[in-house]
Design a protein around this ligand. Sequence first.
Ligand code: ATR
Length: 276
Amino acid sequence: MTGQGTDLYGVVGHPVGHSRSPLIHRLFAGQTGQDMDYVPIDAAPGQFEEVLAEFHRRGGRGLNITLPYKGDAYRFATRLTPRSETAQAVNTLCWRDDEVLGDNTDGAGLVTDLTANLGFTLSGRRVLLLGAGGAARGAIAPLLERSPAEVVIANRTVSRAQDLATRFSALGPVSAAGFDDLEGVFDLVINSTSASLTGEVPPLPVTSVSTDTLCYDMMYQKGPTAFLAWAGMRGACVIADGTGMLVEQAAESFFMWRGIRPDTGPVLRAVRSQLS
Ligand code: ATR
């Protein structure tokens, strides 16, 4: 039941019906005793700003933003955190006094999942990032912050990977490559492409992964994605989908809104059991 003192939050996207964010944030709220509700909001194309204005009129306090509106939210925010400026995308909005603060918690969510949940040490490791779209852009700075030996960005359209490598070169050892040019084995391969949506696997060489490689797909679905199935057949040491990243980015948003860090472990188990 939503009471008078209940603070309203939500997720805006199109489509948004499949979103697990309401489940995650309601579990966080229950666990931490926060009086809040969290609702999915579908914004039809061209309606994004109107939907946000209406949400704010209803007393809404904060929103998560999912596809395809992370760029619109970046332009909508009146103040940006440094990490959302770097990513040029916003997945979290927070109304405070007269301003709308925009943040991006995706990259932090990825790194927390890799390090805290999966126990992977990024420092000194070779990292291969597949894809050069918005999802990749949000991940590069948080990965470089953990001092990997290098981050190689491989993309079908090599010029997009080159643009990203140039943009982030001041932050650490990052370079671009075409899939055919990849050399040597990587400690971590992160799939940020949308290939999994169509059941495709980015055409990376089989020699990029070994039995010691962690293969990670930012996507999640019921069962392994095409990339993780490919990696599993090649004996990659650990395969992991983006469920942990989803829950960890949600926890970062929750912290920004409520100032409390939820315990993500039980929530991750609940989301996984819903997906299995
Ligand atoms: P997002 O914001 O989710 O990252 P995007 O900006 O549309 O989405 O980027 C999609 C990424 O997936 C791109 O890197 C795209 O490669 P191109 O830049 O060459 O288009 C990549 N991608 C999509 N389908 C792919 C496929 N079947 N194989 C390999 N890469 C694919």
